[in-house]
Write a protein that binds this ligand. Structure first.
Ligand code: TXA
Ligand code: MG
Length: 358
């Protein structure tokens, strides 16, 4: 009864704030904009929304997530609806401590070692699932992806909610993931009641997804934690996604679909951006090398030099793709990035952003 009463009060408060005022506090906010600051009072509102079966967008160190109680099937269904996500694509469950993983998954020795080394952080572990997890979280499968994000706001929200939080990236399915609260609003608009603003995501690309359910650990999606780092902890080789394994990957991890993380403007990846530019009417360019940065094609609407450092490049990439997608550029031409391991996640996302529509 007491919890019901609290939820009703908080909901009323939220609705009132949605309708009224301009100052950013739960009692007084302009809810034309559903972006709210990451203050304790708003985290309580968000936690109550999660516990009462609603969805909330929140920051993590990788990208913004769209969360729901992972134990509540009806709540999780709201995520799929808001994103327009195919129901065969499973969600990652977010926890606030390695101690809470047992509630949702079977923890193996390998998983324990990786959690000790990389959590909190951008590494998702695919493990055998427990029955507590709502079946739509895992797309009906027997495994569940789990991660502990390295973001104080995300962790505080999960603690206050008191439940594991299923969360995909907070964007419409197949679009570029959000790295700012405003991106979430741009992408999901009315489909999400509350977006907690945690500023820009420090990593900027989605977590590494590692399948630990077979003898050989396999990376399903490259991210900031590299195969070499994982291999060093496991003292065993780690399989990487290869071009030939893409079809099987798509079945095991549907988020690995060929076209994904893609802007609406056509994207071309090339080692010779200025030559490619000559083939387009008014292209925008994203480059990383100083040679390309100094060689500005005359017809280019914009030339953005990201960074020759892979982490810095990752941090800025999605925001720049969104920015250029909102201009009249006829194409986004992206200079091919180096082939070294630290660029693996960037190469993967660029390949998907440039894949033809199916
Ligand atoms: O960094 C991230 O991982 C962000 C933040 C919010 O945590 N989340 C994210 O979620 O990128 P999403 O749903 O956009 O991508 C999750 C990926 C998908 O490729 C999905 O197929 C895969 O993880 N995945 C989730 N559970 C899986 C499972 N049980 N088996 C295989 N792949 C799984
Ligand atoms: Mg996503």
């Amino acid at each position: 009864m007491r919890i019901r009463a609290i939820i009703t009060v908080v909901k009323k408060q939220l609705m009132m704030t949605i309708e009224n005022e301009t100052q950013m506090s739960p009692a007084n906010v302009d809810m034309q904009c559903r972006i709210v600051p990451a203050h304790a009072e708003w985290l309580d509102v968000a936690a109550t929304l999660l516990r009462s079966g609603n969805i909330v967008a929140f920051p993590t160190e990788t990208v913004y997530g769209l969360g729901a109680n992972a134990l509540d099937e009806a709540a999780v269904a709201k995520i799929f609806a808001a994103k327009g996500r195919p129901s065969n694509n499973p969600l990652i469950v977010h926890v606030s401590s390695p101690d809470n993983v047992e509630e949702v998954a079977v923890v193996t020795d390998r998983a324990r070692a990786l959690m000790a080394e990389f959590w909190p952080g951008p590494l998702t572990l695919v493990l055998p699932k427990r029955d507590t997890v709502a079946s739509n979280v895992t797309a009906g499968g027997a495994t569940v992806g789990v991660r502990m994000p390295a973001h104080a706001v995300a962790l505080e929200l999960i603690v206050r909610a008191g439940v594991p939080v299923a969360a995909p990236s907070a964007n419409r399915s197949q679009q570029v993931s959000p790295t700012l609260a405003q991106h979430v609003l741009d992408s999901l608009g009315d489909h999400v009641p509350l977006i907690i603003d945690g500023g820009a995501c420090k990593v900027g690309l989605e977590s590494t997804v590692l399948d630990l359910t077979s003898d050989r650990a396999t990376i399903l999606r490259p991210g900031a934690i590299s195969a070499a780092q994982i291999s060093a902890v496991l003292c065993a080789p780690v399989s990487l996604p290869t071009a030939t394994s893409q079809t099987t990957q798509a079945l095991r991890s549907p988020g690995m679909m060929r076209r994904h993380y893609a802007p609406n403007t056509p994207v071309v990846i090339t080692s010779a951006p200025s030559q490619e530019a000559a083939l387009h009417i008014a292209p925008a360019l994203i480059v990383w090398s100083s040679t390309s940065a100094n060689n500005r094609p005359e017809n280019a609407t914009e030339v953005i030099c990201l960074s020759a450092n892979a982490s810095e490049y990752s941090y800025r990439l999605y925001a720049v793709l969104r920015q250029l997608d909102n201009t009249n550029a006829s194409a986004i031409i992206i200079e091919e990035v180096p082939g070294s391991p630290e660029w693996a996640a960037v190469r993967d996302r660029l390949r998907r952003a440039s894949a033809p529509r199916e």
